[in-house]
Design a protein around this ligand. Structure first.
Ligand SMILES: [Zn+2]
Length: 466
């Protein structure tokens, strides 16, 4: 009763606020705003100052992202739907879980006829574009529609560094910035190899006496050996260096977006990561060191999410855990509540301008399937079901795991045996949700690969394909 009273009060407040805003500011002002979506690959929320990372741990920090977070809405507990690049970006753009958009493995295709956030923006009259940093992360080839143009690395180049991405953004905005636009920029760092520029490495030498120039697991990352502690520390230092590296690019891109927007009409800026990164926290028990795609613990699912809109959104922190499927409907809701974006995620826009937190809702994550994996734990399916503060992990090869994230954020204390009733109830809720959301792969048009032999070899070398 108490909760519903609070929600009702918040909704009344949201309605009043919307009414108050509509007088001095016609709805079209919001709808016409430019929108910048930046996704930073492999960025863990908990390596950022704005998420509480001790500044001393990273000499250069993440000042641009932290400034954006402090002046915008920071989603403290946002979660990827899958710790793999292409499927996660498909969730960001469609508001659907991977089992529903059908793109479960890198380089495969989403099912036909999905509406994306870019479609929604284009219908609103914006010029839409994607500029991405990794081979194959190319919306048309992944069957993700709505982009007037898409610029991705070609075969000979596996990825682009963030300096190049800033220049590509600068050029696109110079050529197209006069019309209302929606631009998605994908940045590669801090993805492996961890190889920050030398000036960033130098700043960290005090903490890491023998910091190597570069860290990358063996190409077959699933077979990486357990690394000694000093190598783990050094690799983590290099990861932090890459976070600082990408942060300066983010700052430059945000500045360019603001300069390309007419005076007094700030762009809506959305920053997210597609997944986090294991930094060898569980290498002893899992045999998995650095990387992502294989585990569903918070280090690979908990990602930063920021929505910053000068003059339209007051700074605040959303503490209710959310999923990246909420991103597209919420962005659409902020721009034009009269044209909702239909998705599995929730439109949280009304909650961003009121004091109350959005109500808790369950959400889902899964990892990609593996064909004949070298580690037994990776055979079969693995899924996570969140009912805040509880998190259930169900894997075919292991007993169930149940964690209470508010008391045990590192997921070290499996309570499945102590909580049989909760375990049964959450497992049933997950099963019911899956029944209601059958996999799109069963449809003829989903999950097909679109890849040529040289791209397959390149993605394999990156550890992206089996
Ligand atoms: Zn990624």
């Amino acid at each position: 009763m108490m909760m519903s009273g609070r929600i009702a009060a918040a909704l009344v407040a949201a309605t009043l606020l919307a009414g108050a805003c509509s007088q001095p500011e016609p709805a079209t002002d919001r709808a016409n705003a430019n929108v910048l979506l930046v996704t930073i690959d492999t960025l863990r929320a908990d390596r950022l100052g704005s998420w509480g990372y001790e500044p001393g741990n990273n000499a250069h920090g993440s000042p641009a992202l932290d400034r954006l977070a402090a002046s915008g809405v920071r989603f403290e507990s946002a979660h990827a739907t899958v710790p793999t690049t292409d499927p996660s970006h498909a969730s960001i753009l469609t508001g659907l879980y991977p089992r529903s958009h059908g793109l479960l493995v890198n380089a495969s295709r989403a099912v036909d006829d999905l509406a994306t956030l870019a479609d929604w923006m284009r219908a609103q009259g914006k010029t839409t574009a994607a500029i991405t940093a990794r081979l194959g992360l190319d919306p048309p080839r992944r069957n993700l529609s709505g982009f007037d143009s898409s610029d991705s690395p070609q075969r000979e180049q596996h990825w682009r560094n963030s300096r190049e991405m800033v220049e590509l953004t600068r050029k696109w905005l110079a050529d197209n910035g006069d019309e209302p636009w929606f631009l998605w920029v994908h940045l590669w760092e801090p993805h492996k190899p961890y190889e920050p520029p030398s000036e960033l490495r130098r700043g960290m030498m005090a903490r890491h006496d023998q910091l190597p120039q570069r860290f990358s697991d063996p190409p077959r990352f699933l077979r990486s050996a357990v690394l000694p502690a000093e190598q783990v520390e050094a690799a983590r230092g290099l990861y932090d260096g890459e976070v600082s590296h990408v942060d300066s690019a983010l700052g430059a891109i945000v500045d360019l977006a603001r300069q390309s927007s007419p005076r007094g009409e700030a762009p809506l800026i959305v920053v997210a990561s597609d997944h986090g990164e294991s930094l060898a926290e569980r290498q002893q028990e899992t045999g998995i060191g650095f990387g992502h795609g294989t585990l569903l613990y918070e280090e690979t699912l908990h990602v930063p999410l920021i929505m910053q809109w000068q003059g339209k959104l007051a700074p605040r922190v959303i503490t209710t855990p959310v999923s990246l499927v909420d991103l597209a409907p919420t962005v659409a809701g902020l721009l034009d509540p009269t044209r909702p974006f239909t998705a599995q995620g929730r439109d949280l826009s009304a909650w961003l301008s009121v004091e109350a937190q959005p109500p808790v809702a369950p959400f889902y994550a899964q990892r990609r399937p593996f064909r004949s994996p070298p580690l037994k734990r990776l055979a079969g399916s693995e899924e996570a079901w969140f009912e805040t503060p509880w998190k259930l992990i169900l894997a075919e090869q292991r007993p169930p795991e149940l964690y209470r994230l508010d008391l045990d954020p590192d997921e070290r204390s499996n309570l499945a045996d102590q909580q049989p009733v909760r375990l049964a109830r959450m497992s049933a809720a997950l099963e019911a949700w899956k029944q209601a959301n059958p996999p799109a792969r069963s449809r003829k048009d989903g999950g097909k690969a679109d890849i040529n032999p040289s791209e397959r070899a390149a993605l394999k070398a990156l550890g992206y394909l089996d």
